[in-house]
Design a protein around this ligand. Structure first.
Ligand SMILES: C[S@@+](CC[C@H](N)C(=O)[O-])C[C@H]1O[C@@H](n2cnc3c(N)ncnc32)[C@H](O)[C@@H]1O
Length: 438
């Protein structure tokens, strides 16, 4: 299990072919591939998902009555909780990913209504296909689709926008998810089901958009049937909120937290949906991702850490990091020196402080919403920007204790950074489960 795709991406230029290649490779070996065989989980392949079967086993072991995932992503924890009939909260700050999660958690919707919605969508799309304008496509979209495919896809998009007022929120969420789920399969360029798009690579097999949509909708209906046989309705509450405040989650209501926060490893979650957000016209170019997404997320990549906006003295003065301040400052100072010797001069020294401050606030918020005696399990990995190691599990453990939890222990799952021929540093990293109790 775990986040094979949350590998150490440091020291590779962002968007370099090498970074894309290694990332795509690690995504394939990642255990979220297990989820791609499971009903509902397989509706959208999101990077950094963890194994749903493992989540289910933790849920069963703990006899949980109320579960929370403060970084719910595509909703694995909530779907697994639904399957076992356990109420859950899922928090996601990435606005687009939140909408995809809403689609998955609409599995309890009337199947006949969904089927009718897809039939009307397709019929409307076919009718307006020839008159649809392709001029709004940004350069990424133009590179990713043939004119024929784009005409199909834009006709589906126009039909969706036309029909959306007729549908319930759940039908809308299902149809929106179905359309997004076909965008990569219908592109002829390399669109690894990972974050980056590779316009210079071509795919051997490309499905036509109308056909892909039909197949996706059928698979979703099959899965809805399976889920509805196990459980009547979704007991999940998905909130477009922030892990640092957990607004909307009542005080002392949660007895089990299962989550997998972003690692401080330069993975850019905003970029993960660049293709999809470009398709809907929500962003024009890469630069728009900051305003549209990144500003809402915890700081986990150098893309977040703007040298102009973030001021080191202010970051270090944040009382949230006090429990680890001495060690963190040492790492930060070391990074500040090293970065000046590197061509990229990445602001990892700012990123690392902001990351732990964000996570400290998350532990504070988690203490507010958890019952006494609660269990928290975080799937985490440590990191070494520019080869400077940050002992993530110990620092998280200390932040958790400082915020009122009673104990922590770390269960290693695997080593990382052992086989990277291209690596620029040789710090051995690992990944595992941080168990926090109390
Ligand atoms: C490792 S992924 C979780 C994937 C998830 N386990 C799944 O099954 O899809 C981390 C998620 O945290 C989200 N995130 C980042 N900052 C956040 C914040 N401040 N509050 C809530 N979610 C946040 C990211 O957008 C990303 O979807």
């Amino acid at each position: 299990m775990g986040h094979a795709e949350q590998q150490n991406l440091f020291d590779l230029p962002m968007h370099s072919p090498l970074q894309k290649k290694t990332a795509a490779h690690s995504a394939r070996s990642g255990t979220f591939t297990d989820n791609m065989k499971l009903p509902v989980h397989r509706w959208f392949r999101y990077s950094a998902g963890f194994s749903a079967s493992w989540v289910e086993s933790v849920l069963k072991d703990h006899n949980a009555t109320a579960v929370l995932d403060p970084f719910v992503g595509s909703g694995t924890v909530c779907v697994a909780s639904d399957k076992l009939g356990i109420p859950s909260y899922g928090i996601e700050a990435h606005p687009f990913v939140f909408r995809l999660g809403q689609g998955k958690l609409s599995w309890g919707e009337d199947i006949v209504d969904f089927e009718a919605a897809i039939a009307k969508l397709t019929a409307t799309a076919e009718k307006i296909r020839e008159s649809v304008s392709l001029s709004e496509a940004n350069s990424l979209i133009v590179k990713c689709y043939s004119e024929n495919s784009l005409r199909d896809l834009y006709s589906v998009k126009a039909a969706y926008l036309k029909l959306t007022p007729e549908w319930t929120a759940s039908i809308n969420a299902l149809v929106f998810l179905a359309i997004n789920s076909i965008l990569r399969a219908t592109s002829h360029v390399g669109t690894a089901q990972w974050q980056y798009v590779l316009p210079n690579k071509t795919k051997a097999r490309v499905t036509s958009p109308y056909e892909a949509l039909k197949l996706q909708a059928k698979m979703m209906m099959d899965d809805m049937r399976v889920m509805q046989n196990e459980s009547e309705i979704s007991n999940a509450i998905l909130l477009p909120a922030d892990s640092r405040t957990l607004e909307g989650v009542p005080d002392k209501s949660i007895d089990l937290v299962i989550t997998s926060p972003p690692y401080a490893n330069n993975y850019d979650y905003a970029d993960a949906t660049r293709l999809e957000m470009s398709f809907w016209g929500e962003i024009g170019n890469w630069g728009d991702l900051h305003g549209a997404v990144r500003q809402y997320l915890i700081c986990s990549s150098s893309q977040h850490a703007s040298k102009d906006k973030m001021k080191l003295p202010e970051l270090l003065a944040d009382p949230a990091i006090d429990p680890i301040k001495v060690e963190l400052t040492k790492v930060c100072n070391e990074l500040d020196v090293i970065r000046k010797t590197k061509g990229g001069n990445k602001a990892y020294h700012l990123m690392i402080v902001a990351y732990f401050a964000d996570m400290a606030k998350t532990f504070q918020a988690l203490r507010r919403v958890t019952k006494a005696g609660a269990t928290l399990c975080l799937v985490i990995g440590d990191s070494a920007p520019y080869g400077v190691h940050a002992p993530v599990e110990r620092w998280f453990g200390e932040l958790a204790l400082a915020n009122g939890f009673k104990s922590w222990s770390f269960e290693k799952i695997r080593d990382r950074n052992v086989k990277w021929k291209n690596r620029k540093h040789t710090v051995l990293l690992h990944e595992g489960r941080l168990w926090i109790k109390g």
